[in-house]
Design a protein around this ligand. Structure first.
Ligand code: SR1
Ligand code: MG
Length: 408
């Protein structure tokens, strides 16, 4: 009998005990320290380390509601999804995710590699740090985990079995509501619009019928387009980074959905970093250097993704029609249109919705924050409404720059 034979939500002392009993990392006499370090909206994340040694581990546990609010009742199966996806992603994109040590389906927790020598990318970007290898790493991660799980590459019966195994209805419902519906129709009254922008947001988002129509179409695409096994929440808070290493974490929102959902999340969150830098860096040279690096990174995320996608398609496609001349480029074109749409949706929902981003909310000067939000939302509307016009990284950047011009 063990105290861990029946599920309960652990505190740090329980987690230390758990680590000693259930993992092969520590011996019985080890003196362990444990701290809850999670700052996400969903789960509890504990770091456990041994005093006087370098051994440490992360243990992530799921509760039956989201940490951000008890309104969200969630199946603890999300931890199984997260653990299995991390293992799969580790095979498809070696070195770009943490190593999983153990998944426990009773305690609904997962033990994994401690990445304390890395930093959460959003926090690093808010200190205006640059990561020259990021575009290369994240595009490899996306092409490998996304294209290699589509019908282009996998046997269709195997792919359908994966669709079934990674069905994730409750976490998908969160995205359906928070990303696709509520930024344009606050029907649950959960949005958190910055008061000085309320009138502007009401006119530009809630009252723009054409925009709501496009959001409705995109929501139905998100719910029905089982294209690839997507991460489902690939923002800069789901990425650990240091100068020479990128690790993607937190795939609990994973399911079979549109590829552009992941790519668009990366692009939008780089734009939040851009908006933060633009609003807060005072030294003109420093600002120019940081914003140029972000612009180049946004451009590269799109252009390297496209280049690697077509190369991988040539090397890995198995579907007969995938070899039809021009089909690869047509397919990729639709992925870039979806990417533009999701860039816009993510920009909207993180500014007006329930789950906001610190890049924007931490801008202290009221005028600067109003402007930063309007730049992002103006660009967002174009990405959503004109999504079929986007082809290259430069197209994405031009829209951001036009929005800046409009609010200068
Ligand atoms: C109720 S969860 C709110 C948000 O946090 C997660 O990181 C996802 O982005 C989700 O939309
Ligand atoms: Mg998360």
């Amino acid at each position: 009998m063990s105290k861990f034979d029946t599920y309960f939500l652990m505190n740090p002392e329980d987690v230390s005990e758990y680590a000693k009993e259930k993992l092969d990392l520590f011996d019985d006499k080890a003196e362990l320290v444990c701290k809850e370090i999670g700052d996400g909206n969903i789960n509890y994340v504990f770091r456990v380390w041994e005093k006087n040694s370098d051994t440490s581990v992360i243990i992530k546990q799921a509760g039956d509601t989201a940490r951000i609010s008890d309104d969200f009742k969630l199946s603890t199966d999300r931890t199984r999804i997260e653990a299995e996806i991390l293992v799969l992603e580790g095979k498809l994109a070696p070195g770009l995710v943490p190593v999983v040590y153990k998944y426990d389906d009773i305690m609904n927790c997962c033990a994994m590699e401690d990445l304390s020598d890395h930093e959460i990318m959003r926090s690093a970007l808010m200190k205006h740090e640059k990561f020259p290898g990021f575009a290369e790493d994240i595009t490899t991660f996306m092409v490998n985990t996304l294209l290699l799980t589509t019908d282009v590459v996998l046997d269709h019966k195997e792919k359908k079995a994966m669709v079934k195994s990674f069905i994730n209805p409750q976490l998908c419902e969160i995205s359906e509501d928070l990303v696709y519906t509520e930024p344009f129709n606050d029907y649950q009254g959960r949005n958190g619009v910055f008061p000085p922008n309320l009138e502007w947001v009401t006119k530009e988002l809630y009252e723009d019928k054409a925009l709501r129509m496009e959001a409705a179409k995109l929501k139905f695409d998100f719910m029905t387009n089982a294209q690839a096994l997507i991460h489902g929440d690939l923002h800069t808070g789901s990425i650990f980074i240091k100068k020479d290493s990128t690790k993607v974490i937190d795939p609990e929102f994973a399911f079979y959905g549109p590829i552009g959902y992941d790519v668009g999340n990366v692009v939008a969150n780089l734009m939040f970093a851009w908006a933060n830098g633009d609003a807060t860096i005072e030294n003109p040279t420093e600002k120019e250097r940081y914003l140029s690096w972000l612009e180049e990174t946004i451009l590269q995320v799109i252009d390297l993704f496209k280049e690697k996608f077509l190369k991988s398609w040539k090397e890995n496609a198995t579907e007969v029609f995938a070899k039809e001349e021009g089909f690869d480029k047509w397919y990729l074109g639709t992925v870039i249109h979806d990417t533009a749409a999701v860039t816009g949706l993510e920009l909207c929902r993180r500014i007006v919705g329930l789950a906001q981003v610190k890049d924007i909310t931490s801008i202290e000067d009221e005028k600067a924050r109003v402007r930063a939000e309007r730049i992002c939302l103006t660009a967002a509307k174009k990405y959503i409404k004109n999504r079929e016009g986007y082809r290259t990284g430069e197209d994405f950047l031009n829209t951001l720059k036009e929005a800046v011009q409009q609010h200068s």
